[in-house]
Design a protein around this ligand. Structure first.
Ligand SMILES: Nc1ncnc2c1ncn2[C@@H]1O[C@H](COP(=O)(O)OP(=O)(O)OP(=O)(O)O)[C@@H](O)[C@H]1O
Ligand SMILES: [Mg+2]
Length: 228
């Protein structure tokens, strides 16, 4: 099967003073449509760097990324923006909600960048996404008026609002209690049934256990890649 994403020789190097930091030191991976993948690894092993590059938030120093048959590692900014807003959903490790926008406006935001988007329809889609994460009762709150777990659920709603092909979630359950972890895992399970690929970073083994495939990273490299 042709993978949804094929990564070859992916490197990200940061120059700090006169030291090169190899955040990604040559990663080869394929992701299939509908896969549920968990990425584990110690702090600093390159997990967020990989997610940011695959989510079109950052560019690699070297290597190839073929997304749906097209090379996307180096794209013009407008094409990168198109992929970011039409093909991927992203849950940041630090949520990145905009402080002056309400919950529903934050969730509707990715739709705003789409061609021909209609504000009223965007808000309807935002409410439906918030319903799926159990946050319908906080539509008009600002992020500062939410708990950490609530902010996390709003960030997840923002990632799914545009019906992406693939969702990258960096520790999406890090601030949640057991009940809400289960709710988010159920939600991810139903997205996978809809054919959406989910790639999540977690330190929680009970979350990783739900994935079909577990990738462990060490020092910017894939250390282990197990499917079951
Ligand atoms: N903008 C940057 N400039 C310089 N070094 C960076 C930058 N971003 C990340 N790094 C370094 O790259 C390495 C990988 O960072 P990354 O954030 O990908 O780790 P991580 O696996 O997500 O860790 P954590 O589990 O703590 O979130 C780290 O050593 C980090 O210090
Ligand atoms: Mg990280």
């Amino acid at each position: 099967m042709t993978p949804l994403i094929a990564i070859r020789g992916l490197r990200k190097t940061y120059l700090m003073g006169d030291e090169n930091i190899h955040a990604l030191a040559g990663v080869d991976l394929d992701f299939q449509a509908g896969e549920f993948v968990a990425i584990l690894g110690p702090s600093g092993s390159g997990k967020s760097t990989l997610m940011h590059i695959l989510g079109f938030m950052d560019t690699p120093s070297e290597g190839s990324i073929v997304f749906d048959g097209r090379e996307v590692a180096v794209l013009a900014p407008d094409l990168r923006a198109w992929y970011r807003s039409n093909r991927v959903g992203f849950v940041f490790q630090s949520f990145n909600l905009l402080p002056r926008l309400t919950v529903e406006e934050n969730v509707a935001l990715p739709l705003l960048y789409r061609e021909g988007s209609v504000p009223a329809a965007n808000l309807i889609a935002a409410r439906a996404a918030l319903e799926r994460v159990g946050m319908s009762h906080r539509l008009d709150h600002l992020p500062s008026q939410l708990s950490g777990g609530e902010r996390q659920r709003v960030a997840i709603a923002r990632a799914i609002v545009g019906s992406p092909s693939i969702i990258f979630a960096d520790e999406p359950t890090g601030n949640l209690d057991v009940k809400n972890i289960d709710r988010i895992l159920d939600l991810l399970g139903s997205l996978i049934k809809e054919g959406i690929t989910v790639v999540l970073v977690t330190h929680d083994l009970s979350v990783a256990e739900k994935a079909h495939r577990v990738i462990s990273m060490r020092a910017g490299l894939v250390h282990e890649d197990r499917s079951r």
